[in-house]
Write a new protein. Structure first.
Length: 269
């Protein structure tokens, strides 16, 4: 893949029938695709009738996941490989953003980036490095892929919402606290609620009942649950989308965990 790779994927036009007044770009996770995340639109459409939703497919086919895509391969799980991978994929996403902002004559402050898992890493890498700040970034179940380089490279500081399930076995919840800490130290405004599974869900999913850690926010109504061995699902209403692994039910999908707890420095707060 090169920086000139052209991204494409499903879209959802404003319900007003008029030209869009804002853009929301949905960035899927490893082994998933744009069709997964575009399913979120009905749950946000009433609040954003003038918004064009875009869900680009990542540039590369994902081995072992028919129909699945990847922003970069997971042949190595090291922090260095994550940093290198996100840098290779970033030019294609930047070009995609630029082309759509220009097509609708919209400023950067009319853009929001929403990512899941590997897509969150893309959003957190690209968003702060844009010359002008996006309106905001929402990151589900992800982390900073290249945190050390953010200090010299961050050009803007868009507000950021991080969301993570405490039973996540693909990207552990400690990744969210590490990311929050690093971003706040640089002056970013970050909100980071943590969603806890109920005891019933934990027993059903074979996970032990968890305990609240000092410094963590209060537990909220759960939105995450394990989708099956080697992948997970996030549910929003009746919609679901895969990330960090493959969508449930995709024939031949084989995606194991791609972030080890040893890759993360636990932090609190």
């Amino acid at each position: 893949m090169t920086g000139s790779t052209l991204l494409d994927g499903p879209t959802s036009a404003p319900t007003t029938g008029a030209a869009p007044r804002s853009l929301v770009i949905l960035l899927h996770g490893y082994g998933s695709n744009g069709a997964d995340l575009i399913g979120l639109v009905p749950y946000w459409r009433a609040a954003l009738p003038d918004t064009l939703f875009l869900a680009p497919n990542a540039p590369q086919a994902c081995p072992g996941a028919p129909g699945g895509r990847q922003w970069w391969p997971l042949t190595s799980l090291s922090p260095g490989a994550r940093a290198a991978g996100v840098r290779v994929a970033a030019p294609a996403l930047n070009a995609y953003i630029d082309s759509h902002l220009a097509a609708y004559n919209l400023a950067e402050n009319r853009l929001a980036l929403v990512g899941f898992s590997q897509g969150t890493m893309m959003a957190l890498h690209v968003g702060p490095r844009r010359v002008e700040s996006p309106a905001g970034i929402i990151g589900y179940s992800g982390m900073l892929a290249d945190p050390d380089a953010l200090v010299p490279e961050a050009a803007t500081k868009p507000p950021i919402l991080l969301v993570h399930g405490d039973a996540d076995e693909v990207v552990p919840v400690t990744a969210m606290y590490q990311t929050k800490s690093r971003l706040e130290a640089l002056g970013f405004e970050v909100a980071a609620p943590r969603f806890a599974e109920s005891r019933t869900q934990r027993r059903r999913n074979g996970a032990p009942a968890g305990r609240q850690l000092p410094g963590e926010p209060p537990r909220l109504r759960p939105i995450t649950r394990a989708g099956g061995e080697g992948y997970r699902q996030v549910r929003v209403g009746k919609s679901s989308f895969g990330g960090g692994g493959c969508t449930q039910g995709r024939p031949g999908a084989r995606c194991g965990p791609w972030l080890r707890k040893s890759d993360i420095t636990p932090t609190r707060g």
